[in-house]
Design a protein around this ligand. Structure first.
Ligand code: CA
Length: 226
């Protein structure tokens, strides 16, 4: 098992590295996010330990860039700040787990092993269907280069479609994934929001990707055809 440690504080990086090599793991150290990016491209790591506080690219930026470059090694983020916002931000950028500094080395090791067991899995943090892109972290949506502004509910509905591209989704499925329990199943709220979504993601671009399937529900086509 080979691990990349991304940490600018040399003492901390050295401690982690020594601890890992004592356990029989291989470990490399990158002092900046920029170094981590090229090292992770040059070698397929089994896991990456990524400090949030880095000069230049932060740990968040680095994680986002790694995922964007198609590098899906499990990322364990180290944060000095025990704030919910930081943890959520870390996970939203594509990190798999986090550890708050200061931590017990045994815990770092246990979490790394668990992550490596889970292995590399394609989990894009930005959803893409054709030229439609949706970023759950920043809550932004684009069709090609054009940014699309959606209400919170329109966003939730589109995200539901984009997580199951090409599949026919029933109104019930859409209700269960994009609405809470205050709506009853007979309501036509889904149809209303699908129409609103079409007005924003399809019609201005001359597309018809959000299809009505008679008797079935709706489907977001994955192709780029007009
Ligand atoms: Ca640091």
């Amino acid at each position: 098992m080979r691990v990349l440690i991304v940490e600018d504080e040399l003492r901390m990086a050295g401690l982690i590295r020594r601890g890992l090599t004592n356990e029989g793991l291989a470990a490399d150290v990158a002092a900046t996010g920029e170094d981590a990016l090229w090292m992770a491209q040059a070698h397929e790591y089994d896991a990456i330990v990524l400090d949030v506080m880095l000069p230049g690219l932060t740990g968040f930026d680095t994680c986002r860039r790694l995922r964007k470059e198609g590098i899906w090694a499990p990322v364990l983020m180290l944060t000095a700040r025990d704030s919910v916002e930081d943890r959520v931000a870390g996970l939203d950028t594509g990190a798999d787990d986090y550890l708050v500094k200061p931590f017990a080395f045994a815990e770092l090791l246990a979490r790394l092993r668990a992550l490596a067991r889970r292995g590399e899995l394609e989990r894009p943090s930005v959803l893409e269907v054709g030229d439609l892109r949706l970023d759950p972290a920043t809550r932004e949506v684009w069709r090609g280069a054009a940014e699309i502004r959606l209400s919170a509910k329109e966003f939730a509905l589109l995200e539901t479609f984009m997580r199951r591209p090409g599949e026919v989704l029933s109104r019930l499925h859409l209700l269960e994934h994009a609405w809470d329990f205050t709506y009853d199943n007979r309501s036509n709220v889904v149809d209303v929001y699908v129409r609103r979504l079409r007005l924003k993601i399809d019609e201005p671009f001359g597309r018809r990707t959000l299809e009505t399937i008679r008797g079935g529900g709706y489907r977001l086509r994955r192709d780029r055809e007009r």
